[in-house]
Design a protein around this ligand. Structure first.
Ligand SMILES: Cc1cc2nc3c(=O)[nH]c(=O)nc-3n(C[C@H](O)[C@H](O)[C@H](O)COP(=O)(O)OP(=O)(O)OC[C@H]3O[C@@H](n4cnc5c(N)ncnc54)[C@H](O)[C@@H]3O)c2cc1C
Length: 486
């Protein structure tokens, strides 16, 4: 077995692991970063950017938001079911982290809202092609990776860590397997674990949440994000704590049906398999709220129904709900993608001339669906949603003119969050809430700050937590090593 030595062993090179590597490098510590994939960045390669609160960018845009305000908003949202000190430490650091990223060479396109009712905390990385959209944050990954290397971090790609080394009650390294299948033992004074949760592990998802991948749950799945770090930490006594999904909603296989997904998520008539309405569709911009509501329905899905007359008005006047992930210009590509979906028999898209035909295609009792539609249209006509109090501006009568169109949206997720408990120093706690010496965690493995539901009103939150907690872990490791040597 090959043996390596360093100051800090970093397990995984997503945004959390990379931020930790740069941080320890800045302070003169050596590090070895073990990364399972062929490249660094993890889920952040698909995302757009991290949260920042009270940043210069926000102030320049007159969109400034104080840490006090954000903290209060978040703690009220979570009903204080989370570690307030951890939240406070992260939020207070976030402006400095955006400035730190800028100093390293990351450029931001600005600070954005995810949907209208959210705050402009989402610092979207300036995309290389100039178009704000998915994958923009890969630019940040590149900068962090290069900086880590400059500081001497040895990045070992295709080298998954397999277990932690514990000696005399302290974590002192990790075992791994390199690209050639050789076993490695990497020893250090401390270990930071940041393997991004278990969004790609169907068995763990079933066990922890009772959800079945590609049956009643359609999340984004990042290859290799299988809960390795959590299992390793649990093995050495870390407390099992707070695992959850970062709930969203989407069409199955949505990356291939992105335009349908973008267009059909407007606040029209949302019904479950029983043909019943179940929420105020005006909240369809808040993807977590809808994800949660879908989870209350049979099969964790629902159909969002409108017609081509409504679609035409969206094309002309812009949609009811706008967000950056699902841009309004998607409407112009709708007809082509819809035609393709019909041709290929895509199971989550429906078109029909009559409500009975639509019900038949969806397997809903036609009479129930027709009644639901009649009731809904009566409310549209009167301008008052007596059932769920949807804003009048979203009440468009659905007559089927031009034909009915509908999408079958499922509970999804950006990934999982949580699994181990950390304190504000990112020390991993055991079941008695005592730090396990030498063991630190950051990013999604350790992100337990949302309680039961991800907080999309402060967007950029998980990537923000990843980068900030990576830095926090790096700084704490420095203190730990300094104290050890003092
Ligand atoms: C499509 C999409 C868009 C998103 N957009 C945003 C956004 O704009 N803003 C935002 O805040 N959040 C966004 N997110 C979420 C965000 O990307 C994640 O919260 C963030 O990347 C988590 O960082 P992390 O470092 O904890 O883990 P990850 O980014 O998941 O990285 C984990 C890393 O661990 C590695 N790994 C796994 N097992 C091992 C092992 N045994 N040994 C070594 N390495 C291992 C993986 O290969 C991976 O590189 C998005 C997610 C998705 C899927």
């Amino acid at each position: 077995m090959k043996k390596l030595e360093t100051d800090v062993v970093i397990v995984a090179g997503g945004p959390a692991g990379l931020a930790a590597a740069v941080t320890v490098g800045e302070m003169g510590l050596s590090s070895i970063l073990l990364e399972k994939a062929r490249t660094t960045g993890g889920a952040a390669n698909m995302g757009m950017g991290p949260l920042g609160i009270n940043t210069t960018i926000q102030k320049e845009q007159f969109n400034d938001i104080s840490v006090d305000y954000a903290f209060d908003l978040h703690m009220n949202y979570t009903h204080y079911n989370v570690d307030a000190d951890l939240v406070q430490t992260y939020f207070s650091k976030s402006a400095d982290t955006i400035a730190w990223l800028q100093e390293l060479g990351v450029e931001f396109a600005g600070a954005f809202r995810y949907f209208r009712e959210s705050e402009a905390t989402w610092h979207i990385v300036k995309p290389e092609n100039g178009v704000i959209g998915p994958r923009a944050a890969s630019g940040m990954v590149k900068v962090l990776t290069e900086k880590a290397k400059e500081y001497g971090t040895e990045i070992l790609l295709e080298t998954p860590a397999t277990s932690l080394i514990m000696e005399d009650g302290k974590v002192v390294g990790a075992k791994a397997v390199d690209a050639g299948g050789n076993e490695l033992e990497v020893r250090g004074k401390a270990v930071i674990v940041a393997t991004g949760g278990f969004g790609n592990n169907g068995d763990m998802i079933k066990k922890e949440f009772g959800l079945t991948l590609m049956e009643d749950f359609y999340p984004f799945m990042i290859p290799g994000v299988n809960g390795d770090g959590l299992n390793m930490m649990w093995e050495v006594g870390a407390q099992k704590f707070g695992a959850n999904i970062e709930a969203i909603y989407q069409l199955p296989d949505n990356m291939n049906w992105f335009i349908l997904d973008a267009v059909l998520r407007q606040p029209n008539l949302l019904v479950n398999q029983r043909g019943e309405r179940f929420m105020n569709e005006g909240y369809m911009g808040n993807t977590t709220y809808v994800g949660n509501a879908l989870r209350m329905q049979p099969g964790n899905y629902a159909y969002c129904i409108m017609d081509r007359k409504i679609l035409k008005s969206y094309k002309k006047n812009g949609p009811d709900i706008m967000d950056i992930v699902h841009p309004a210009d998607a409407f112009h590509g709708f007809d082509k993608e819809a035609e393709m979906a019909v041709e290929q028999g895509y199971s989550a898209y429906f078109e029909a001339e009559t409500i009975e035909e639509l019900a038949g295609k969806m397997g809903i009792d036609p009479e129930t669906l027709a009644n639901t539609l009649d009731d809904y249209n009566a409310m549209c006509e009167s301008g008052v949603d007596t059932q769920f109090h949807k804003d009048q501006k979203y009440l468009h009568e659905i007559t089927g003119k031009g034909n009915f169109v509908a999408g079958k949206f499922y509970l999804g997720a950006y990934g999982t969050i949580g699994g181990v408990r950390i304190n504000k120093r990112c020390e991993v706690l055991d079941k008695d809430q005592k730090p396990i010496p030498g063991l630190y965690s950051a990013g999604s493995d350790a992100n337990t700050i949302y309680g039961d539901s991800y907080n999309f009103t402060l967007p950029g939150n998980t990537m923000g937590f990843a980068v900030n907690s990576g830095r926090m872990a790096g700084e704490s490791v420095m203190d730990y090593i300094s104290n050890m040597e003092a």
